[in-house]
Design a protein around this ligand. Structure first.
Ligand SMILES: [Zn+2]
Length: 375
């Protein structure tokens, strides 16, 4: 199948007789179109909206963007970043993602087009996964399954088309490398996540007996501070647990009950003892308690699956390399942001973008370093 594809690809190139950089231009334009699609994915996928229907429209006035105004790069510049109908500003992120994807596609072709044209085209798909994962993780602290699990499936396909992704000459060896990549990528990061949860996954707050804690729309208020909910709830499993000695509701009262609040779950849940409530209805809850447990974690299960994606594409060595590089970069950048006051200590950083950057570093030089060091 790969040989057939390679035949088709090379025959087509020579048939058309186009110079190498004609294709650089083609892939730049292709990149801008893919980038335009990634913008839709980045905006809609985390919200659970369809990425194909309806077509592009202004989120403010619902104006359906006609095809002639839906051209990558050009349209945003032509309209100077505003909706044609209602003049609502359109985020420069749209232009940025289109330009970034276009430049990366062109650079990939220039770098690998001569020696590994099929691998270069497979890498277009990997970069697309990385760009979508990065922007979604920054905005929502999740990486959707469509990207991670879908990415594993794409990775197996790419492995068959371009065993060079695994630095292997034949498909069977490359497939084995992909299998180990999924297993070790998944297993190692899963272990790290579990260990992390055990070591610093939860923040346990102790209070003097009889302290009043208040859950309200703004967050959790303790005598010392108010912790906004957006700093607590990122993932469906994030749960605040309060061991209450007394909870007062307008119509009843609980003694010695556990209060569990999970606002990022679908649907959001509030449990007091054995009873469930709709958190949207209970706006204000006073709890007498001596202990509260808040979720805090560096990595989530999305990162575990994302690591399996990287392994499927690049082999098990790449997963260890990416994890180490990402942890180092995350620590350095996280501490620098705290130092220059752009970020509070202990606040959340998305980890997916660092893993993606680690995988890129693997492709660009990590592999040869690994060969020299361990090979
Ligand atoms: Zn509009």
């Amino acid at each position: 199948m790969r040989d057939a594809f390679l035949d088709w690809a090379t025959r087509d190139f020579s048939l058309l007789g186009m110079p190498f950089h004609f294709w650089t231009g083609v892939f730049f334009i292709l990149g801008s179109m893919v980038g335009s699609f990634l913008n839709v994915v980045i905006y809609r996928m985390p919200l659970g909206l369809s990425i194909v229907h309806p077509g592009s429209h202004c989120p403010k006035c619902q104006y359906a963007i006609p095809l002639r105004l839906n051209m990558p790069l050009v349209s945003w510049l032509w309209l100077r970043g505003r909706c044609k109908n209602c003049a609502t500003p359109i985020s420069p992120r749209y232009l940025g993602v289109e330009l970034l994807t276009a430049l990366i596609f062109a650079a990939t072709w220039i770098h690998w087009g001569h020696t590994e044209p099929v691998m270069a085209m497979c890498l277009f798909a990997l970069w697309s996964l990385f760009i979508a994962a990065t922007f979604i993780d920054f905005a929502h602290f999740i990486i959707p399954d469509e990207i991670t699990i879908g990415g594993v499936i794409l990775g197996v396909g790419a492995t068959l088309l371009a065993p060079a992704l695994h630095h292997q000459g034949d498909q069977l060896a490359a497939l084995k490398s992909a299998g180990w990549g999924v297993a070790i990528g998944f297993g190692v990061v899963y272990g790290v996540v579990r260990l992390g949860k055990l070591l610093f996954g939860r923040l346990r707050l102790k209070f003097p007996a009889g302290t009043t804690l208040i859950l309200h729309e703004g967050g959790l208020t303790t005598p010392d501070e108010t912790v906004p909910f957006e700093e607590i709830f990122y993932r469906p499993g994030d749960t605040v647990i309060i061991r209450a000695t007394r909870v007062e509701l307008p119509d009843r009262c609980y003694c010695k009950a556990e209060v569990r609040l999970a606002l990022a779950a679908t649907p959001p849940t509030l449990r007091i003892g054995n009873d469930s409530f709709d958190p949207a209805v209970v706006r204000h809850l006073e709890i007498t308690a001596d202990e509260a447990v808040l979720p805090r974690e560096a990595m989530g299960f999305g990162d575990v699956k994302f690591m399996a994606t990287i392994g499927a594409w690049l082999g098990w060595q790449s997963t260890l390399f990416s994890l180490a590089a990402a942890s180092l970069a995350g620590a350095v950048i996280g501490l620098s942001l705290v130092a220059i006051g752009r970020r509070e200590q202990g606040s959340k950083l998305p980890f997916g973008p660092y893993l993606a950057a680690g995988a890129v570093a693997w492709i660009l030089g990590g592999w040869s370093w690994w060969q020299q060091t361990f090979g």
